[in-house]
Design a binder for this molecule. Sequence first.
Ligand SMILES: Nc1ncnc2c1ncn2[C@@H]1O[C@H](COP(=O)(O)OP(=O)(O)OP(=O)(O)O)[C@@H](O)[C@H]1O
Ligand SMILES: [Mg+2]
Length: 268
Amino acid sequence: MIRTIGVADRETLEQNLKRLKLRHVRDTLDAINEVALAEEPSYLDFLAYLVQEEIAGREATQRQRRLKAARFPAWRTLDEFDFSFQTSVSQQNVRDLATLEFVRKRENLMLLGPPGVGKSHLAIALGIEAVNAGHNTLFITMDELAARMYASLADGSLAQYMRSLLRSELIILDEVGYLTLDKVASDHLFQLVSRAYENVALIVTSNLDFSDWGTLFTSPGTAAALLDRLLHHAHVITLRGDSYRVRSRLVPPRSIELKEGVIADSKI
Ligand SMILES: Nc1ncnc2c1ncn2[C@@H]1O[C@H](COP(=O)(O)OP(=O)(O)OP(=O)(O)O)[C@@H](O)[C@H]1O
Ligand SMILES: [Mg+2]
C-alpha cells in the first residue's frame, strides 16, 4: 500500500531509521538535511544520496572494526617507507604485493633480514592495506602467539583460539626466530601453519635464514615440514643493510621529535 506523504515527525523518523538499522543516516540527519537544502536534488537523487551515505558510513565502521581487531602495534604505511634507504627491496615488488593478490590467493609472504631493516614496517603497512581492502587481518608476534597458546591450553580454550585465528584472511606473524620454541609451542605453531595452508594468507617476518630454522624447533623434522607448507605458495623478500633504528640516532634529535609527533597523531 502506498501511503500519502505526511509532515516529517523527527522522533518517528529517528525511530524508523533505527528499526531499519540505518544508523548512519540517523546519526547525520542534520548534515544530510543541510546538503539537501543547499543542493536541492531531485527526489531520486536524494534517495540515492541517502543510501550512499549509509553504505559509506557502514564501510567506515567496518574498517575501524577490522583495524582494531588487527591489533597493529604501531601505525606504519608504505608511503612512510624510505626505499632510498632500504635499497635491497624493490619498490615495484612491494607495490605489487600491495595489490593484495597474494591475500586473495591465500599465498604467503616471508620477510627476512637482520634487525631494524624494515620487516615489521612492511608487514604492518601491507596489513593496513589489507584492512583497507576489507580483509580481516591479525598481527601477532611469535612470542605473543606462544603465550596465547599456553594460556588457552591451560584453560581448555585452545581449539576455540585456533578457530578464531583461522577466521582471519591474513595473519602477520612477526619476529619468528628471536626465541627458540619448546615442543608445545612448535607443535602448535605447526598445527596453525598446517591449517592456515591455502586457507589463510600469512606474512612471516624472521631474522633467520631458512637454513637456520631447524635451530628454532626441538625437532628439525617439524621445521622442515613447516617450511614446506609456508614456502609452497610464497613470496620471499630478503632485506639487507643497516638498521634504520641506528640511522635514526644520527638524525638531529629535533627532527626525530617532529617525526614522532606526526606518527603519534596518526596512531590508530
Ligand atoms: N626504509 C625505511 N623507511 C622508513 N622507516 C623505516 C625503514 N626501515 C625501518 N624503518 C623504521 O625503523 C624502525 C625499525 O624497523 P622495523 O621495526 O620494521 O625493523 P625490523 O626489520 O622488523 O627489525 P626487528 O628484526 O628488530 O624487529 C621502525 O620504526 C620502522 O618504521
Ligand atoms: Mg620487527
